[in-house]
Design a binder for this molecule. Structure first.
Ligand SMILES: [Zn+2]
Length: 246
């Protein structure tokens, strides 16, 4: 099975900007990817955009490859490479073409009020620790900086996806609050380079999840008010609406 791509459509979606993904997906949909052939790296194809481009992509990672367009020649990930990567998943991994429909960079609440089960807690915790492998410290060369920022974006999106599955209850609120504490610690002394504000935005969105929980249920609102740490560096309570209006 070594000729099958190791990535899925949602991997590509989580790793690139929304607009980039949409452009690449549109190229694929209109049949711009042709002459697919196996090559030394993975697969090559002709992708028709403004011109016909010679593109190849590795089977290991959609962001490894080449394209002879303007961006590709500067070693940047272009929509032609992404379109080829998408085509490869559709062709060789048709079970992995699911597209994430919910917004990737903002809080989503399940809106379901009930207790979380033990299995759900276990799954969410596993998803969160996987996310944290992308939110790591940075001490690399500046040439890797963009890749590092992409890694932070991917980690943040994975966390928001995991939280979107939480039912509204006290234990779910605690999961969110503990996440805030963990991220807070990482930002303060975990060596994270958050120059783009990705992790900061993630924390704002987690407080937003708590706001949605509070809006769904008065008892949970009181519970969060009591449990949310106050006076932290990042001043979460100013983002929690229940403290600001009655
Ligand atoms: Zn290109």
């Amino acid at each position: 099975m070594k000729d099958i791509p190791k990535f899925t459509i949602s991997d590509i979606q989580l790793g690139v900007g929304n607009l980039e993904f949409e452009k690449a997906f549109a190229l694929y949909k209109k049949g711009a990817v042709n002459h697919l052939e196996k090559d030394f790296l993975g697969y090559s194809a002709i992708v028709s955009g403004t011109h016909d481009y010679i593109v190849n992509v590795s089977l290991v990672s959609y962001d490894r490859g080449n394209c002879n367009c303007y961006l590709g020649q500067r070693d940047e990930l272009c929509k032609h490479m992404l379109a080829l990567a998408i085509a490869l998943v559709y062709k060789y991994k048709p079970d992995d073409v699911e597209i994430i429909k919910q917004p990737l960079d903002q809080a989503v609440c399940s809106g379901v009020i009930r207790d979380i089960t033990k299995d759900e807690i276990k799954n969410i915790k596993a998803e969160i620790s996987k996310s944290f492998s992308f939110i790591k410290s940075y001490n690399g060369p500046s040439s890797k900086w963009f890749q590092y920022q992409d890694s932070l974006i991917r980690g943040s999106r994975l966390i928001l996806l995991a939280l979107s599955k939480l039912p509204v209850c006290e234990k779910s609120s605690i999961i969110c609050i503990n996440l805030l504490k963990r991220l807070d610690k990482k930002l303060l002394n975990g060596g994270i380079d958050d120059s783009d504000g990705t992790v900061g935005d993630l924390m704002i969105q987690i407080v937003e999840v708590l706001n949605m929980f509070a809006d769904s249920n008065q008892k949970i609102k009181e519970y969060i008010k009591e449990k949310l740490p106050k006076g932290e560096v990042f001043d979460w309570e100013s983002g929690f609406n229940a403290f600001n209006k009655q």
